[in-house]
Design a protein around this ligand. Sequence first.
Ligand SMILES: *Cc1c(COP(=O)(O)O)cnc(C)c1O
Length: 360
Amino acid sequence: MSKPKLFIPGPVDVAPETYAAMAGPTIGHRGADFEELYASIQPGIRKIVGTTRPVFFSTSSAWGVMEGCVRNLVKKKVLNLCCGAFSDKWFDVSLSCGKEAEKIQVEWGQPIDPEMVREKLSGGGFDTVTLVHNETSTGVLNPLKEIVEVVKSFDDVLMVVDTVSSLSAMPIGFDELGLDVLLAGVQKALALPPGLAVFATSEAALERAASVPDRGYYFDFCEFAKNDAKHNTPSTPAIPHLYGLRERVEVIMAEGLEERYERHRENNRMVHEWGARHGFDLLPPEGFRSLSLSCFVTPGNLDQSGWIKSVIANHGFAINGGYGKIKGQTFRISNMGNETAETMQELLDALDTELPKFLS
Ligand SMILES: *Cc1c(COP(=O)(O)O)cnc(C)c1O
């Protein structure tokens, strides 16, 4: 049976060209063929990340590197900025790694307030801050630049940013912002199948890691840096994913980053306008809304689960009925990856066709 096309906010729909690229031949990873593959991806992925530094490839989902950030960087205490399912969980992960951790917790749907970060850091004792740029569970786009400016005003505090659902969908700029770690799983904004994460580290982050004794092996940032010098990875990488990433990066470069950002902005606007026509409210406040997905509040007169099922059954498109503790109270529509005005319109038409059957 064919599966629905995914308009959930990750994993998202994968292009046939990407699958085809992933079917390339298995090669030994300690040899020239692999070094060539690794090196060929670097210029493009560095442009996407906005850095002249290497971008590392981790055979894991995003959480591997997220946990790795805690294990590599936290010597004193980490401040986890919590505003939804993924950012909240980062605090739990910090504790489960045995680290000292504190959090700033805002209500789901609200962004992180940079002034709250300033106040907390002023208390002293922190050496690392984690932020989810685009909180996929709530559709909140955090004020990255403002938060980074606050964190940078404190000495020796590293800024770690999760860009899983924003990298390549909107401008970020690792070097320009002066980030210490930027990471992303590839199955959301980059539109590859799940199983690989990419990340960049500052010199300061690598220095910190080198001074942390119990950082383990698999996600050891120093191992990644050492192997990168030989265009290689610490352990056997997911070679099919790297073929896929090479293909995606080529496509993104051919489209142009600015054009890609604009396409996402436009497609996101279409979804917002569609929602407004139906009187659906977005969960996040104006000014803090994601450009790669839309999170709407479920109206009381909508049988959401019936609607979503019927869109899948009759049209073959899947949207998401809310994540974590706001499951059932919100619904989310992704415009990440390869979607165009035409494909977004197909989805919105399908949603419209089924909607009246489930409104009371
Ligand atoms: C999906 C997601 C994650 C977790 O990704 P995994 O692939 O499950 O490890 C982390 N952060 C954000 C913002 C996400 O959207």
